[in-house]
Design a protein around this ligand. Sequence first.
Ligand code: ATP
Ligand code: MG
Length: 353
Amino acid sequence: MSNLALHQVTKQFGSVKILHGIDLDVRDGEFVVFVGPSGCGKSTLLRIIAGLEASSSGEIRLDDRLVNDVSAADRGLAMVFQSYALYPHMTVKQNLAFGLENSRMAKAEIEARVMEAARMLLIEPLLNRKPGQLSGGQRQRVAIGRAIVRRPGIFLLDEPLSNLDAELRVVMRAELAALHKRLDATMIYVTHDQTEAMTLADRIVVLRDGRVEQVGTPLELYNKPANRFVAGFIGSPRMNFIDAQVSQSGLDVGGRSHALPSIELALGTPVTVGVRPHELDITDVEDGTLALEITLVEQLGAETVLHGKTHLGGMFTLTAPGQGRFAVGDRIGVALPSQVHLFDAQGQAVASH
Ligand SMILES: Nc1ncnc2c1ncn2[C@@H]1O[C@H](COP(=O)(O)OP(=O)(O)OP(=O)(O)O)[C@@H](O)[C@H]1O
Ligand SMILES: [Mg+2]
C-alpha cells in the first residue's frame, strides 16, 4: 500500500501540451478511476506515475517521497496494460515468475508468490499452459497476476478489461473489486466504461483535454456534477440538455413553463437545464414541459428507452419502466422533475432549490 500525490504535473510532446497542471492525491488503499474522452491524457498520466514517461514539470510523490527522478523499476509500482503483453513462448508460471527472477529473488520466495497469486486468481490449473492456450479472460488474469507477485505499492491498470467480451468484463470487474479488497491495495485504473468507473471507484477523476474537470465519489459526480461536461460524461444513457431562460415562476422552456422554487439568477438569464433519462414522467402532449416526437424506440425488456425530437428542435432521451407500447412517430409530453441540474452560459453548475 502506498499513497500518491501529484502537484502541477504537466506534459508536453514537442510543442503540444497534453497535460496542464494536474493536482491529485490518492490515499493508501484507495481505488481511483480515470475517465475521459479518447486522447484526453489518461494513459500519459498513468505512464508518468509509473515512471515510463517523464513529466515536463511538476512533482510526483510516492509515500511523501519525490520520485520524479526515480526509475520505473525503483518506484515499486506495477502496471497492467490493455494488451496483456505476455511472453508467448513461456508458460503461465514462467510468465508470472519472470519479473521476479530478474530481480534475483530466492527461488522459494518466487515459488510461494507465484502460487499465492495463482490461487487468488483461480489460474492454478493453467500454470503449465502457454498464453496461446488461454481465453482472453484467463490471459488477463495472468497479466494481473504478474503485477500481484511483485507486491507493488500501487497497481496501475490501463483499460485492462477492454479486450474482453461484455459477459467476461462483468465477471472480471467483480474479481477486480474482490481483489482490491483482499489485497487492500492502492489502485489507479483507466477506463472508458461508465459501469466500471461507477462500480469500482472509491473516487473518479474526470479528465478533459489534459485537465481535471472534477474529482469525487461516483455518486458525488452523478448527483452534483460541477459542470456540463461532467454531467454529460457520467451516467448512461447520458443526461439531456435543454435551453431555457429564468422566468418569474422558474424556467421558460421554449414557451412552456417549469416551476422551480428558487434560482439565484436574474430574470431572463439563459441557462441549460440538465435532466437524466430516468428522472422524467410521460404525460399528454399538452401537459408536458416538453413535447416530444419519438424517433427511436429501444426495448431493453425491463425498460424502454425512447429517443425523440423536442418542440425546441433538440434531441432527447428518456427511459420508461417496462415494455411500453410506443412507436416511432408518436407524440408525447414530458414532465421535468422538480429538481433539475442547471448550467450557466459557461457550462458551470448553478444552484437551484
Ligand atoms: N509519444 C507521444 N508523442 C506525441 N504525442 C503523444 C505521445 N503519446 C501520446 N500523445 C498524444 O497525447 C494525447 C493524450 O494521449 P493519451 O494516450 O494519454 O490519451 P488517452 O486519454 O489515454 O486516450 P485513449 O482513451 O484513446 O487511450 C493524445 O493527443 C496523443 O496523441
Ligand atoms: Mg489510453
